[in-house]
Design a protein around this ligand. Structure first.
Ligand code: PBG
Length: 342
């Protein structure tokens, strides 16, 4: 055997032997690597989350999410135009009202900040970018929970879902292409679908936050929407327990059965197993939400010079595609689109 011959796979006697595969042959040049890439992250995969806040004169930077701000309607429009020019196909909007109350009534007020912003977006960027509206109450309630509180402090399911129906109608009337219920109430998707259809909004789609874990990775988001959960509480009684995978698949299957047009898994990097399993069993488009804490961790380590933030971002986002996501909601959207276009 010549020194350069590939090693032989030993085979049982009588069977031919084959050279061992040598995967490094296909890693030699950038073109070879591109040719054989199994998963890709591209501009078309990105959805950018944006925050619009009532009662501010100019954008307010979110300190735990470097590069992101709470927007005025004007600065929101400018940012949306920039996303359009980068070729990003979707944005998801979160509203931060000036006044919060116990039932979150600004969430469905036709003149509420999210609805005003949606109308302005529809007028200025219209169909150039998909307008998604996060559909929840936590940004609007003074106690910071995603639903109505009962006398004992628990979040009530069905009365909350009735309010979600009102929010859906307000967002649809204001021009949302997609409403994205994120409160993890049981039955929210079918109730919202019925409300939309009943009001003639049959073309408004639902992106369900289907498998949404109770996670400390949403920390920076609380600054972004000015939310403190009353009494230092948490959302473990309605969001999912991170110990469970089968339960996530049940949540997803149920949302699809209830009429979700698209489903989403969140947080992203801690849910790769769920994404992969869902990809095999779920016929609708599947999203992953790379959340505020995931963004903040990369930014913080990069700011220290400990990692190359841009490379780590790409590595994480492509891992989500490889795991099975069709699209990714990420605070890196604009940055990655710029890098990919460069
Ligand atoms: C609820 C909602 C949250 C996020 C998206 N929608 C907060 C929560 O569930 O506690 C978190 C997103 C992020 O951390 O980037 N309206």
């Amino acid at each position: 055997m010549a020194p350069d011959d590939p090693p032989q796979v030993p085979r049982p006697a009588g069977q031919p032997s084959f050279p061992v595969a040598r995967p490094r042959r296909l890693r030699r040049t950038p073109a070879l690597r591109r040719l054989v890439a199994e998963a890709r992250i591209g501009v078309d995969d990105l959805v950018a989350p944006l925050f619009v806040r009532e009662g501010i004169d100019g954008p307010v930077p979110i300190s735990s999410m470097p590069g992101h701000s709470q927007h005025t309607v004007d600065s929101l429009l400018a940012e949306a135009k920039r996303l359009v020019s980068l070729g990003i196909p979707g944005l998801i909007l979160f509203g931060v009202p000036a006044h919060k109350d116990s039932n979150g009534s600004e969430a469905w007020n036709p003149e509420g900040i999210a609805q005003r912003a949606l109308r302005a977006l529809r007028d200025s960027v219209g169909d150039e970018i998909v307008l998604m509206a996060d559909l929840c109450l936590d940004e609007y309630t003074d106690h910071g929970h995603c639903g109505l509180l009962g006398a004992d402090g628990t979040v009530l399911n069905d009365p909350t879902v009735a309010l979600y129906q009102r929010i859906a109608l307000a967002q649809a009337a204001a021009g949302a292409d997609v409403v994205a219920p994120s409160g993890m109430m049981d039955g929210q998707v079918s109730a919202i679908r019925a409300a939309l259809d009943g009001a003639g909004h049959d073309q408004v789609a639902i992106l369900a936050y289907a498998a949404k874990y109770a996670s400390a990775l949403y920390g920076p988001f609380r600054e972004a929407v000015d939310v403190q959960i009353a009494g230092g509480g948490d959302r473990r009684a309605y969001q999912q327990d991170p110990h469970n995978r089968r339960e996530a698949l049940l949540e997803i299957a149920q949302d699809v059965a209830e009429g979700a047009d698209m489903v989403m898994v969140k947080p992203a990097m801690t849910s790769l197993d769920v994404l992969t399993e869902a990809r095999h069993s779920v016929p609708v488009p599947l999203g992953a939400y790379h959340v505020s804490g995931e963004y903040a961790m990369v930014k913080a380590a990069a700011a220290q010079g400990w990692i190359d933030g841009a490379q780590v971002a790409l590595e994480q986002l492509v891992a989500l595609k490889r795991a099975g996501a069709d699209f990714v909601l990420t605070y890196f959207a604009a940055e990655v689109a710029e890098a990919l276009g460069a």
